[in-house]
Design a protein around this ligand. Sequence first.
Ligand SMILES: NC(=O)c1ccc[n+]([C@@H]2O[C@H](COP(=O)([O-])OP(=O)(O)OC[C@H]3O[C@@H](n4cnc5c(N)ncnc54)[C@H](O)[C@@H]3O)[C@@H](O)[C@H]2O)c1
Length: 331
Amino acid sequence: MKVAVLGGGAWGGVLAAMASARSHDVALWEADPTAAVALGRDRTSARSVPGFRLPDAVVVSGDAEGAIAGRQMVIVAIPSELVRGTLLGAAPKIDAGTIVVCASKGLEPGGGETMIEVLRAALPPESRAVVLSGPSFAQEVAAGLPAALVAASADVAAAGVVQAALGGERLRIYTSDDAIGVCLGGALKNVVAIAAGCCDGFGLGASARAALITRGLAEMGRLADRKGGQPLTLAGLAGLGDLVLTCTGDLSRNRQVGLALARGESTAEIVANLGHVAEGVETARTARALAERLGVDMPITREVAAVLFDGKPARAALTDLLARDLRPERV
Ligand SMILES: NC(=O)c1ccc[n+]([C@@H]2O[C@H](COP(=O)([O-])OP(=O)(O)OC[C@H]3O[C@@H](n4cnc5c(N)ncnc54)[C@H](O)[C@@H]3O)[C@@H](O)[C@H]2O)c1
């Protein structure tokens, strides 16, 4: 297939390399001119995962329209807040019937739209929108370690094309028809991971972390249900799978954000030092507003947003979480 990847950061680079390894003809668009030059010349950039080398066959371009024109599949791996604008700008060059795969994991700031909602709104009606999510550190996938993802779309045939085109011996891709549930799993787990990082940073122990993960999953499921997703999707790769990875794996930037909050660093300092996008930061604010608007109780998300954006001390947030009214366990 002729494939375009939009975004030459950690994940976009690895997805381009995977598609190239499956013998697809791959063009990679990188918006940052310095990174685009580095990727084209050195086959790696400051945003690439350590030791990564982009295959020579991948053509790097700083011109989105040129990279997209004539492609049968377009994979998007840029921060969620930029997906709509990027696709709207590129839409005239996206051919009818093109499969557009969003691998970004976040909510759109403002309205809190999931990535599948953004794709459907930004793309021509005949294009085929799919989301790709699940537990996957770019660094591990780049190293050829096994991973499993889920390609989700109401257009089940399009999800099947993604499964066949990108899956391989070490990358097992499942399909799902619940794109909303898959999107919310991938976005909301990043917020819980910030809480888990705080919890570990304060040395509160494995029992407390397990409780946070489980109660985090419960609130993720409540929002998914309210948004029309299937709550059981959250028990799958894009929910529980990615939640466990992100809450426990030290390669997770969102977990690192939580660890830094526990050390007393400010949100501005943490974001400035990361060098990569940590979607959970913006998602916390957006998900808190969305949950309030939809009347969904999301105490962990609420506390993470209060720490990140309202200056609430992380210890006070943990105390408030534990001090809430006693109630039956709702899962
Ligand atoms: N890194 C991972 O392991 C991983 C795994 C799965 C999903 N994801 C998701 O993939 C997405 C990208 O993550 P990443 O790790 O590659 O981030 P990154 O910070 O390494 O790269 C971000 C990319 O977005 C581009 N970008 C930044 N500002 C832009 C702008 N104004 N216009 C267009 N492009 C712009 C950057 O140039 C870069 O190509 C995120 O939503 C993330 O949650 C990441």
